[in-house]
Design a protein around this ligand. Structure first.
Ligand SMILES: Cc1ncc(COP(=O)(O)O)c(C=O)c1O
Length: 433
């Protein structure tokens, strides 16, 4: 493969990163490539090599990279009107709000737009405080909610809690991580002890809201068992604590429903959105019902929140998801993929657990006695990449191989990933590291 001259290449990018970026900005792989182009489920590097993308820019590119149906509308909008902010009236922001009111479940109807998932969660938390007149929050130990002061503190995952002066108004409870149950119990005999523990916390304090991802993404695709969110909501309602469902990573068809909380048949009070909402164009939003919305009347503005370009990108993305029935597709393909991963688990004891829903799947890699196989996970990721497949890694110990592809993949793509993963794991068994 010839390297196109205008690309500076991975070594120069790393050099510039080291010189000009804050060192917290890290990247995957010992031998990374420069990504220069995307097309639906594929990415291409500076040498022209094609990669089947099974991570989707961390659950963002649900409609596929550079999907022409989305790109066309963005280009048309950016050529016509890019930005005004909300002090002037524009149409895309209200069309998008109306669309979200129709596609989000139940009574969720009123949106506020911003530019990222962190901002969406920060805004949702403020709204909960305004509405309840209370100031504390409960979150989950393996949850991730953002990078701002408050959302970093709502985050439970130690890796992403950098704040040297943590806030004191937040309590983290164990998640429904059945593979490594905090109470050493087994579902359903556990009687959802992890959910019941919430009551011990909220009954004692001044809690405005509980925030949770319906499936914890960065936590390692931790997927609560049936009945978990129903019980959580009952407890919250009893103590008048709001439920914020963080759908930043799970939303827009990813798990086989438009929103993952729909699997639990529970109505959140506030839902937060970002990532796949505009298929890679920066956007965030929180949405709530009429009653809760009416508590936020003082001026609130986000300069680029809901600007014509991101709102148009979101409308086009939702159109694609609906028109091509990508949620249904994620459900069918996800079931197929999960079955195949579970078959691999039978053959390779390094796969300790397979979990997730739709096309949000994880395979937790372990050694003897469930010791997290973090180095091995890195090795598998690197080998997959060398074979032209991109996957992710998540989990408290960074040992969960994670698959969140664009929802436009095919069954053949899944077969390819499974075959190559099988070969890599077999190789590792033949030549232990
Ligand atoms: C569940 C969840 N919430 C919030 C965020 C923060 O979103 P952003 O990076 O857009 O601020 C993330 C980011 O990965 C996330 O996965």
């Amino acid at each position: 493969m010839t390297i196109v001259a205008s690309y500076i290449g991975p070594e120069s990018i790393i050099q510039k990163k080291q010189e000009y970026l804050i060192p917290c900005v890290y990247h995957f792989y010992k031998k990374p490539m420069q990504i220069v182009r995307g097309k639906m489920q594929y990415l291409y590097d500076h040498t022209g090599k094609q990669y089947l993308d099974f991570y989707g820019g961390v659950s963002v590119m649900n409609a596929g990279h550079c999907n022409p149906e989305v790109v066309e509308k963005i280009c048309e909008q950016i050529r016509t009107l890019q930005h005004t902010t909300t002090i002037y009236l524009t149409q895309p922001i209200v069309d998008l709000a109306e669309k979200l009111a129709h596609i989000t479940p139940w009574s969720l109807k009123r949106s506020f737009f911003c530019a990222s998932g962190s901002e969406a969660n920060e805004g949702a938390a403020l709204l909960a405080q305004l509405h309840t007149n209370k100031h504390k929050f409960v979150a989950i130990q393996q949850g991730l909610h953002g990078r701002t002061k408050l959302t970093m503190n709502l985050t439970g995952l130690p890796l992403w809690r950098t704040d040297p002066n943590p806030l004191e108004n937040i309590v983290h409870i164990p998640g429904a991580y059945c593979y490594r149950c905090a109470y050493d119990l087994t579902y359903p005999r556990c009687d959802l002890k992890c959910a019941r523990y919430l009551e011990d916390v909220v009954k004692s304090g001044d809690y405005a809201a509980f925030i949770a991802e319906p499936i914890q993404g960065n936590g390692g695709i931790i997927t609560p068992p049936p009945g978990y969110f129903k019980l959580i909501k009952e407890i919250l309602d009893k103590y008048r604590v709001l439920f914020i469902a963080d759908e930043v990573q799970t939303g827009f068809g990813r798990t086989g429903e438009m929103f993952a909380i729909e699997h639990g048949d529970v109505i959140p009070d506030i839902m937060t959105l970002a990532k796949a909402l505009a298929n890679g164009t920066p956007i965030g939003a929180f949405i709530t019902n009429d009653t809760i919305a009416s508590s936020y009347t003082r001026p609130g503005a986000s300069t680029t929140g809901g600007n014509p370009v991101s709102a148009t990108a979101a409308l086009a993305t939702i159109d694609v998801i609906e028109k091509h029935q990508l949620a249904q597709k994620a459900r069918v393909l996800g079931d197929y993929f999960k079955e195949k991963l579970m078959a691999l688990q039978q053959r390779h004891k390094i796969i300790g657990d397979v979990r997730g829903k739709g096309l949000m799947l994880g395979a937790e890699l372990v050694k003897e006695d469930k010791i997290p196989a973090a180095e091995e996970t890195d090795h598998v990721l690197e080998r997959l990449k060398d074979c032209g497949i991109l996957a992710g890694k998540t989990g408290v110990s960074r040992n969960v191989l994670t698959f969140q592809p664009p929802l436009v993949i095919t069954g053949t793509d899944i077969d390819q990933v499974v075959t190559i993963l099988d070969e890599i794991l077999s190789d590792m068994e033949r030549k232990p590291r």
